[in-house]
Design a protein around this ligand. Structure first.
Ligand code: NAD
Length: 256
């Protein structure tokens, strides 16, 4: 679909009017907002898991902790990932404009790439609900360092670097499948969903819980729901407006 599509133009106008009447907006972003920055998503048509279902194991804590070969593969994928050098795109920048307009309450992101903060959203307003790939932590002690420190060890030849303080398993500071979210982060995101008057979900299949549950929670609390994505999501039936199309084009049109 393109913006010249009459049905999309109508939905865009309707979504804009909902947004213009909102005073307290919660934005929920997923991997789809960062594909224009060169970082592939998991479940989209060109997603990493769509093309290689085995890749899902790299994001599962059970395989990561029990299988050194999975850890080696996961570290190799970090070295090769385009994410560390990627830059924010027009979708991220539109959300900075939303904050500048004074209506952004909280930005909850499932992304681990740090691009919202790099674009200029205030770090205190961003909840990285699935953690961050920009840091590495030890699974056994409190050791935590920037990703670059461990990438240097990988580039020097280590395949599965161990914690220098306790010998434990190192992992990016992300929340993998099978790991609990940080309870304070989830509580903060749920409170924001309950007090907002509009929830804008962008670039997510809205199928990963408990984060996807923020959409029905906001709806039950009386908020309008606007969804922007390239394909249908699991929550479209709850939405007051759904915009199907490219995020890099649609989000600036919606917000500017
Ligand atoms: P997902 O992969 O389940 O869904 C992404 C959605 O975005 C898909 O529906 C896809 O069609 C859509 N999409 C992709 N590019 C688009 C574009 N340019 N315009 C419009 N739509 C587009 O993503 P998810 O629901 O966020 O869940 C994936 C999980 O994987 C998350 O929990 C996240 O932690 C992690 N992840 C993060 C990144 C990142 O940090 N950039 C990348 C991949 C995966």
């Amino acid at each position: 679909m393109t913006k010249s599509d009459p049905s999309l133009a109508n939905s865009l106008a309707w979504a804009k009017s909902l947004l213009n009447h909102a005073n307290r907006v919660v934005v929920l972003t997923g991997a789809g907002i960062s594909t224009d920055s060169g970082i592939p998503d998991f479940r989209g048509p060109q997603g990493l898991w769509t093309r290689d279902p085995e890749a899902e194991k790299l994001s599962d804590i059970r395989y990561y902790l029990s299988d050194p070969e999975i850890r080696k593969k996961a570290w190799r994928s970090r070295v090769e990932s385009p994410a560390m050098g990627s830059r924010p795109n027009s979708g991220h920048c539109a959300l900075v404009v939303l904050e500048q307009r004074g209506v952004l309450d909280t930005l909850v992101t499932q992304n681990i790439d740090g691009l919202h903060q790099l674009a200029g959203n205030t770090a205190e307003r961003v909840i990285e609900i699935h953690g961050t790939m920009r840091f590495v932590r030890c699974m056994s002690c409190s050791y935590r360092v920037p990703m670059g420190v461990v990438l240097e060890r990988l580039n020097a030849g280590e395949a599965d670097p161990a914690c220098p303080e306790c010998g434990g398993i190192l992992k990016s500071a992300t929340i993998s499948f099978g790991q609990n979210l940080v309870p304070e982060d989830l509580a903060q995101a749920e409170e924001a969903a309950q007090r907002c008057d509009l929830l804008l979900a962008v670039g997510s299949t809205l199928s990963v819980y408990p984060v996807a549950g923020l959409v029905p929670l906001a709806k039950q609390s009386g908020a309008k729901i606007v969804i922007v994505n390239g394909e249908p999501t699991a929550m479209d039936s709850l939405a007051d407006a759904v915009l199907y199309g490219g995020i890099g084009e649609l989000l600036p049109s919606l917000i500017d």
